[in-house]
Design a protein around this ligand. Structure first.
Ligand code: PEP
Ligand code: MG
Length: 755
């Protein structure tokens, strides 16, 4: 059964659009259950009716014509009840309603199960049989399992299919695709699709600029692959039997000009670019082989895929040099990374859309630091088809708009203008202190990683760096930077801000931050080998980094060192020992300088409960609320499916934040915060009231937070905190905070969705 389920899901996943998917479902389910009829009814969102959309066994002429309202007929009953209905004789049931002409009179047994995705009934899957008998338990279990597995695929095909149809038809119909807010702001621009390296399924269709050149590029890429394969065959030489060698010939034969190669060239000559032509032809052949019953032939799909991938890699390498970006580029990709941002000139970049990832993925944090409006987790976006399309992205609400109606586009343009005006207004605050109306000072620091952050931060009047993410320069390289290279990077940061303090966090890799040259493959990376766990296991990496930081600090004295992901006292003590040792050794080597302040990040629930014990051993504590929220709420910060459960204002998070501030107070050390909550005007007001000594945030948020805090009294903020601390729900707290901002003349920080 499992095997059958897997095959059906695989086939449906590879379907071309919703209709194709539904047709595969009814055919394969009918065969698998050995029944006579299988049909799908899908809910039409505009009417709420369940439309007969695909069938095996009933009258196909009525597909798309017949429908039942919710609650009407057995299908409507399944939809309303949201549970399976299994009947021996359908016609005897009081809810039965015959759809004229559909041809179900002869079928007595009826089994209907709802198709539910994210709590919404999308449709009903029905099996019917002439024999008068209840479907047995295993049939029911099979259909329920099938429906649950397919619901996500169907939902995706529904949204994506509608957008795809629109793009193909080019009728200018508006489409809005929802994702997750990544970085605030509106961008109106032109899509440039970034394909993951050598992924044929992600190559967008595109017109060839110069067909002859594309044919030549394809020929050259093909020759490179042929040479590579021959080289492998030769290098294995005598280790392989003649039969094994023959396999290489089969392999090379697949690339023969007269077969696949000729088809690719044909498509290029018809106007498609080489990468698109290659991918389309190869995918067609892969599908063909995958459908074969014979296992040997089925296996050939793997070979075809491998060859296609190799040729594509060569094509992409040669195209990369020619990539140009239009003004107002919106980069769109399956999974954008820090390095993909590095490839485009900043002045051309207007916005980002990532199909994967969520609001607290590191690429989103980078985007916020750069002030680039971003939508994450737009899982239903047929992104490969968007090349050169005009798009609007709403980074406040996490939506992407294709062909917005003129009045909607106008509204977005107004927000762009308002945001510009707000930026100008905020510029006037640059040299003013961050001080509440009743004179309480709150130092605002910045989070940095890129050198570009430094200029922006200083421009906005940052008073220090609360988090320098040292892994970012590591991510942008193809090997670990040497101690001397690191010293240079750290020196630049320290000098740029001196005498203001710069807090450098030791390498925090793992989770969603993988170094290309140090891959960590884990099933559960956020609970795995991350942050301090990696560097304590590799003291040579940790020590080189500490030495580089201490050397960079010579003669400046504005360094602070911070340790990420500490979960227990032993980790903290081991790390402290290594830092003390490095410091002693450097003194012996003649490098001058005092031991800098050392702090611990509070990012996991264990650290909240042990905050006082930790506080006694360090000079400061800094809350990493991004991770703390994910671990307290057990919500992966990178997973768009659970993004709506990631509430940084959850009562449990607020309680933890209050407790950490109190622990620091009790032990007499300052507690700061460097998670994204600090950069949110709503969060900042509460953190002020909780007694946080410094708020550290991305440079773009700094002026907004300054404006917010300059508009409130500490006393009022404390009252507000008392009020929200007894609330039970994040939504209630958020609503109260919005109201508070509005009462204090800060409506411009509230952004509601636009349709
Ligand atoms: C945090 O977890 O809040 C934090 C600041 O660290 P990062 O976002 O880099 O994991
Ligand atoms: Mg963190």
């Amino acid at each position: 059964m499992l095997e059958t389920l897997r095959h059906i899901v695989q086939e449906v996943n590879a379907a071309e659009g919703l209709d194709d998917a539904l047709q595969i479902i009814v055919r394969r389910v009918r065969d698998a259950m050995g029944t006579e009829v299988c049909s799908v009814y899908m809910r039409d969102p505009s009417t709420g009716c369940y439309v007969f959309r695909a069938t095996e066994g009933l009258n196909p002429d009525l597909v798309g014509q017949a429908s039942l309202a919710a609650g009407e007929g057995l299908v409507g009953m399944v939809a309303v009840r949201e549970e399976p209905v299994n009947l021996e004789n359908a016609a005897n049931h009081p809810s039965f309603q015959l759809l004229p002409g559909i041809g179900e009179e002869q079928y007595h047994a009826f089994l209907g199960v709802p198709i539910i995705h994210q709590r919404v009934v999308l449709g009903v899957l029905v099996a019917q049989q002439a024999q008068q008998r209840r479907f047995d338990e295993s049939d029911e279990a099979f259909l329920v399992t099938m429906s649950a597995q397919l619901a996500g695929v169907i939902a995706h095909a529904q949204v994506t299919g509608a957008v795809q149809d629109e793009i193909l038809a080019g009728a200018g119909t508006p489409a809005k695709i929802s994702g997750v807010p990544g970085a605030p702001g509106i961008a109106i621009g032109t899509a440039v699709v970034v394909s993951p390296i050598a992924d044929m399924y992600a190559v967008p269709p595109r017109k060839a600029q110069n067909r002859r050149q594309e044919v030549r590029a394809f020929g050259e890429a093909l020759q490179c692959v042929v040479k590579d394969i021959q080289a492998v065959a030769d290098s294995l030489g005598t280790e392989l039997s003649p039969e094994d060698h023959a396999l290489f010939d089969v392999y090379l034969g697949i690339l023969d000009d007269s077969t696949i190669g000729a088809e690719v060239v044909g498509l290029i000559k018809a106007g498609e670019w080489a990468q698109g032509a290659l991918s389309q032809v190869m995918i067609e052949h892969i599908r063909h082989f995958e459908r074969m019953e014979h296992s040997y032939l089925k296996e050939r799909a793997v070979d075809v895929k491998d060859l296609g991938t190799r040729v594509l890699a060569y094509l992409q390498a040669s195209d990369k040099e020619e990539q140009t970006y239009p003004d107002q580029t919106i980069l769109v990709g399956e999974e954008l990374t820090a390095s993909s941002l590095g490839e485009i000139p900043r002045e051309k970049l207007a916005g980002l859309i990532s199909v994967r990832g969520s609001g607290n993925s590191h690429v989103a944090i980078l985007a916020r630091a750069m002030g680039v409006p971003t939508v994450m987790g737009a899982v239903d976006l047929p992104y490969t088809m968007l090349q050169d399309r005009e798009l609007v992205i709403d980074g406040y609400n996490g939506t992407v708009h294709l062909n917005p109606p003129p009045q909607v586009k106008q509204r977005f343009q107004e927000i762009v203008d308002q945001d510009r005006a707000l930026t100008r207004d905020l510029e006037s605050l640059r040299d003013k202190p961050c001080e509440t109306l009743d004179g309480h000072r709150m130092p605002l620091w910045v989070n940095t990683g890129l050198m570009a952050d430094v200029t922006r931060s200083l421009e906005w009047g940052a008073e220090g760096v609360g988090l320098f993410r040292t892994e970012i320069p590591f991510l942008l390289r193809d090997r670990f930077p040497s101690e001397e290279e690191q010293r240079q990077i750290y020196r630049n940061q320290l000098e740029a801000f001196a005498p203001k303090p710069v807090t450098m966090r030791t390498l925090d890799i793992g989770g969603d931050k993988a170094l290309p040259y140090f891959p960590i493959e884990e099933d559960n990376p956020f609970l795995g080998w991350r942050g301090i766990r990696v560097t304590l296991d590799h003291p040579e990496i940790f020590l080189a980094q500490i030495r580089a930081m201490l050397k960079a600090n010579e003669g400046l004295g504005n360094l602070r060192i911070m340790l990420p992901m500490i979960c227990n006292i032993s980790e903290l003590e081991e790390a402290l020992d290594l830092i003390h040792r490095s410091h002693r050794e450097l003194l012996q080597e003649g490098v001058k300088g005092e031991l800098p302040p050392i702090g611990v990040m509070v990012e996991v629930p264990a650290a909240v409960y042990q905050a006082r014990a930790m506080a006694r051993r360090v000079d400061f504590m800094s809350v990493g609320s991004n991770d703390l929220t994910q671990y307290l709420l057990a919500v992966d910060r990178n997973n768009p499916r659970v993004a709506d459960l990631y509430h940084s204002l959850h009562p449990a998070v607020l309680q933890a934040l209050t407790d950490v501030a109190a622990a620091g107070e009790a032990e007499g050390i300052p507690v700061t915060i460097c998670g994204e909550l600090a950069g949110d005007p709503e969060g900042a007001v509460l953190l002020l009231a909780m007694g946080y000594k410094v708020l550290s945030m991305n440079a773009t948020s700094l002026p907004k937070v300054k404006k917010a805090l300059r508009n409130v009294n500490l006393g009022e903020a404390r009252e507000l905190l008392n009020e929200v601390m007894v609330m039970d729900r994040a939504s209630e707290i958020h609503q109260r905070l919005e109201q508070f901002l509005a009462e204090h003349g800060m409506e411009q920080f509230i952004h509601n969705p636009i349709d």
